[in-house]
Design a protein around this ligand. Structure first.
Ligand SMILES: [Mg+2]
Length: 443
């Protein structure tokens, strides 16, 4: 075990000794973040093809034991804040750990057969194990076309891979703050990016940190995938956060920072502390704060959610007394946004997708294909942008799209052989594992 791994296991043990406090949300979050450190160390071992230290597996096992103890009933767990109790749905956290442990138990001599991974994941498919196999076969032939489009005669002309995160590469989780990526997902994505792409990037709506994608992923954050948050307005490049804040005034950025501080104080006070774990929690994006106000299960009493939103407006008034900088946008039933006024056009993922290529001195243009993965309407502009720049090379893989999104994607790409629909991120992960295995057998 390296020093890093030893520290990770030791700090976990320290936290887990305060098990009695795990009913408190702050301990609960810290406990899971500490477990995620162990997951990252395990991913590193697997990618380096070295044995996974037993202590790290123990961290995962004891986390699962804790999450499924008598305080969790039907995936619902009662939690405490300083003044109140509330309920969290921790199904995604539990299922992720179950899959990881089952898959890790099948690891032999530093490797895992793709068929073993498929056996485990098939049972978790949202429709049926048979449907999993059917989608997996289709996804594999789709990805074979993608991989074989590489042009070895042109130096490093492998295709591009640009993907959304939530709902596409990661199953949805009730609370953003503990939406943690499992190990198998990170291993499959890293292998795919490394072997088959010249540039692979994650483009998510959430922020990079605080918590953000860099805190929640189990992938190494410095490659082989490039991470971006806030719809491609912030990037993690060479160990630095690079921000694209054109169109947002200095006052806007300053007001958002102060607003975030105000929210930090608000969440430490009494009844509102649970909102750190309600849906989106508090996400500081480049041009806005996104605030969760209700869970998908409707766990938050309506009156409490109302009072919280009133408090948010009150904090906005403190920061921006003349209503000149910040706008309150009640976006959905589950979240509201505090947005800094911006001049110029509205930023969407199409801007982000072009920026990713530019940032790396590359482009979406031919020669070479571009695979865009997503699950919602906000991902369709990425496909449109790729189509615009590379009409013959755009490919799209969408996870559980609605009928309307299916039609849009097919219409944009204009060639059904370059479109693939699957029902779960796991189908992509298993397909990537199969392709990697075939490649290593050929090498
Ligand atoms: Mg999504």
């Amino acid at each position: 075990m390296t020093v890093l791994e030893a520290n990770s296991a030791a700090s976990f043990m320290q936290i887990s000794t305060s098990d009695a406090n795990l009913g408190h949300i702050d301990h609960f979050k810290q406990f899971l973040y500490s477990m995620q450190e162990a997951r990252r160390s395990i991913v590193k071992c697997i990618l380096e093809k070295v044995d996974v230290p037993k202590d790290l597996i123990l961290v995962l096992e004891s986390t699962l034991r804790m999450l499924t103890d008598s305080r969790t009933v039907g995936f619902q767990r009662k939690m405490r804040t300083q003044f109140d109790t509330f309920t969290l749905n921790i199904k995604d956290e539990i299922i992720g750990l179950k899959k990881d442990l089952e898959i890790l138990s099948r690891y032999k001599n530093g490797s895992l057969e793709a068929s073993e991974l498929e056996t485990v994941l098939a049972n978790f498919h949202p429709i049926s194990p048979e449907k999993f196999v059917e989608e997996l076969d289709a996804c594999c032939s789709f990805l074979v076309d993608y991989v074989e489009s590489a042009q070895p005669e042109r130096e490093n002309r492998k295709p591009l891979f640009i993907t959304d995160w939530d709902g596409t590469m990661k199953d949805y989780c009730s609370q953003y703050a503990t939406n943690l990526q499992p190990i198998y997902s990170a291993v499959c994505m890293a292998g795919f990016a490394q072997e088959f792409t010249r540039l692979a990037a994650v483009l998510t709506a959430g922020p990079l940190r605080g918590p953000g994608i860099l805190d929640l992923t189990a992938l190494p954050i410095d490659g082989p995938l490039l991470f971006s948050g806030s719809w491609g307005r912030e990037w993690w490049l060479d160990n630095h956060r690079v921000v694209q804040d054109e169109g947002i005034s200095e006052e806007g950025i300053d007001a958002l920072e102060r607003m975030k501080d105000e929210m930090g104080i608000l969440l430490k006070t009494g009844e509102y502390s649970q909102f750190a774990l309600v849906g989106s929690g508090v996400q500081r994006k480049v041009d806005r704060l996104t605030l969760g106000v209700q869970t998908v299960c409707g766990h938050v009493p309506a009156a409490l959610s109302e009072r919280y939103q009133e408090e948010v407006r009150e904090r906005m008034h403190r920061v921006d007394p003349y209503n000149q900088i910040l706008v309150f946008d009640p976006s959905t039933e589950l979240e509201v946004e505090v947005v800094a006024h911006s001049s110029g056009s509205v930023w969407n993922k199409a801007n982000g997708v072009s920026r990713v290529a530019e940032i790396k001195g590359d482009s979406l243009r031919a020669p070479g294909r571009v695979l865009v993965c997503g699950d919602t309407m906000s991902d369709v502009p990425m496909v449109q942008q790729a189509k615009h720049e590379n009409p013959g090379g755009v490919m799209a893989l969408f996870v559980r799209p609605s009928e309307k999104i299916r039609e849009s994607v097919l219409a944009v790409v204009g060639d059904p052989t370059r479109v693939c629909f699957i029902s779960s991120p796991d189908v992509f992960h298993a397909a990537a594992a199969r392709l990697l295995e075939t490649k290593s057998e050929l090498d």
